[in-house]
Design a protein around this ligand. Sequence first.
Ligand code: NAD
Ligand code: TDX
Length: 333
Amino acid sequence: MPRKILVTGGAGFIGSNFVHFAISNTQDSLIVLDSLSYSGNENSLKGLPPERVELVVGNVCDKGLVELLVEKCDAVIHFAAESHNDNSLADPSPFIYTNVLGTYNLLEACRKFDVRIHHVSTDEVYGELSLDDQSKFTEETPYNPSSPYSSTKASSDLLVKAWVRSFGVRATISNCSNNYGPYQHVEKFIPRQITNLLDGRRAKVYGNGRNVRDWIHAEDHSSAVLRILDYGSVGETYLVGADGEKNNLEVIQIILELMGREIDGFDFVTDRVGHDLRYAIDYSKLRNELDWRPRYVDFRQGLAETIDWYKDNEEWWMPSKKHTELFYSSQGK
Ligand code: NAD
Ligand code: TDX
């Protein structure tokens, strides 16, 4: 039976990738609730069938609107968030509102109308791993967030867990590693470097470039979220990753090479305060219990496709570029 699913933050990077994926791979209809903040873009939903995708411009902190939408849906997938660490260091307040209060609102509406919810979270809630061991995050790793961003995501996860236990809300959580792919805002590491090079600037690496991130394509994150919504056990958390560990210098070198630039076409810039050293995901629970596998196992190939997307979609990213770089240069980055 086709469902009606409320997708919060569906005009953002991962949310819009999810909407495209769900339209191609299910019969479901989607209501996207998105405030179209600086990181939301209506154009990311262009070309989708209007009879299956409705965009409602509104805020997850708006209790009345959230109740109205949740009541008419079979499930909620909650992507909406303030998502950028550097912004959270400059001004934490919107992170508290959207990430904590917004999640609370959705949980209360799901409790009131007994609607299933999947909460999309991040591996950053676990803090950092050291550079010189092989350990990875698992579902049992204690929470230890570092930044205002990750601490508000951790708070939202804890609300979800409490609403499951105290009120019987039918919720699952996923904590995913760093995503890349089309429709990602130019403030984030990979699109920033690609668009810097396309825009006549140099790539910019924080600190010494040794920090490690565990990369996954946004389409793989989407397939994992759908798998958890369909087959996950209520109350459970699933880690999502794709064995994509690379340090930032390695990623820059691949981008420079794929774009035909000199290997030294980047600058080291001021490091991020409290910069987490390493993230790495053990996704064996998702693999073994829900039989999920990533499709993008060749990072270089996924990156080449992503570079092509930014080359072909300058009108999508150019309007945000100047403002983003002004913010970074004001920070010495
Ligand atoms: P994004 O910033 O690209 O998108 C966020 C979307 O939420 C935007 O469309 C924005 O307009 C919308 N939004 C923000 N505040 C809102 C509000 N108050 N009401 C309604 N809509 C609002 O972020 P993203 O990278 O797509 O991240 C999506 C989710 O995935 C977040 O919950 C994030 O924590 C999580 N996540 C991201 C990554 C990553 O690598 N980007 C990794 C793991 C988890
Ligand atoms: O210009 C840059 N140069 C640079 O070296 C930028 C923007 C970042 N970096 C570094 C910082 C990190 O080590 O690259 C790495 C990735 O940075 P971001 O893209 O800002 O991602 P990160 O802080 O790791 O968080 C991301 O992954 C987890 C998402 O933004 C979060 O929403 C998600 O939860």
